[in-house]
Design a protein around this ligand. Structure first.
Ligand SMILES: Cc1cc2nc3c(=O)[nH]c(=O)nc-3n(C[C@H](O)[C@H](O)[C@H](O)COP(=O)(O)O)c2cc1C
Length: 234
């Protein structure tokens, strides 16, 4: 698979087929992903891979906790700003509404939205769930390294015909995760990743997320105005 094809075919899949993924396939994906660059090659990532009863037990406890509003859970790092602002606010809204639209969930149907949100904690029925953690004694730069490692997992999964969904949602339930996996005290649970075979018939998997054009986020300097791309020259 050309690297562009792997990148372009990756998308967040939120419904998976009930097909298992063998351990050696996960090991291969992680071995490839670990080729990610990291500042001074510190390789700050740690991964817990769950399947079967181990995954089921974790998911079941998180869902019980999530159903209890008296029991507040917080992530150990700030993923999002406290107050949203443009242009990010609009993109975020469009993304949420886009997902609910694929599922026929009305914008004001908060109960149905919450039910969909809770599917996060079943890894969207993926056969394998990964939990990614980072040593809290490292610094913010290591989040760049971790992001590259995570993206490599998502892309290496494509090479195996698998799909994924990165899931920050798990960060909120690190206390529950600690009851199930030996997550060192100094480790922050950064995110989960659902891994498996896409259910091609699932409505939520039809979501196509837009991207801004290159010109909207890039400023070129020192290029000649009329320079042509190699393909256009031949
Ligand atoms: C670090 C990270 C965490 C994410 N967490 C969640 C999550 O908890 N639940 C979810 O449904 N999607 C999650 N997503 C998926 C994003 O919503 C998705 O990447 C974005 O809407 C773009 O869509 P695409 O992945 O299909 O290209 C996450 C993505 C990233 C990169």
């Amino acid at each position: 698979m050309h690297v562009d094809a792997a990148i372009r075919s990756r998308k967040s899949v939120r419904s998976f087929l009930p097909l298992s993924v063998p351990r050696h396939t996960v090991e291969h994906i992680l071995e490839v992903a670990a080729r990610a660059p990291s500042g001074n090659n510190v390789q700050p990532w740690h991964v817990h891979v769950l399947t079967g009863e181990a995954k089921h037990a974790l998911c079941s406890d998180i869902l019980t906790a999530a159903a209890n509003p008296e029991e507040p859970h917080h992530a150990e790092y700030s993923y999002y700003p406290d107050t949203w602002f443009e242009p990010y606010q609009s993109r975020r809204r469009a993304n949420g509404f886009g997902l609910y639209e694929t599922l026929g969930i009305a914008r004001d149907d908060l109960a149905a939205r919450e039910r969909q949100n809770l599917r996060n904690y079943q890894f969207f029925d993926a056969p394998v769930g990964l939990l990614i953690s980072l040593d809290r004694r490292l610094n913010t730069g290591s989040y760049m390294d971790l992001g590259m490692f995570i993206q490599n997992i998502l892309l290496a999964a494509r090479g195996q015909g698998l799909h994924t969904c990165a899931q920050a949602a798990f960060a909120w339930y690190h206390q529950i995760a600690r009851q199930h996996i030996p997550l060192a005290d100094e480790h922050i649970l950064v995110c989960g990743i659902a891994l498996g075979y896409e259910d091609p018939d699932a409505a939520e998997n039809t979501l196509e997320t837009p991207r801004e054009p290159v010109a909207s986020f890039t400023t070129f300097h020192g290029f000649k105005e009329r320079e042509l791309a190699p393909a256009a020259r031949s």
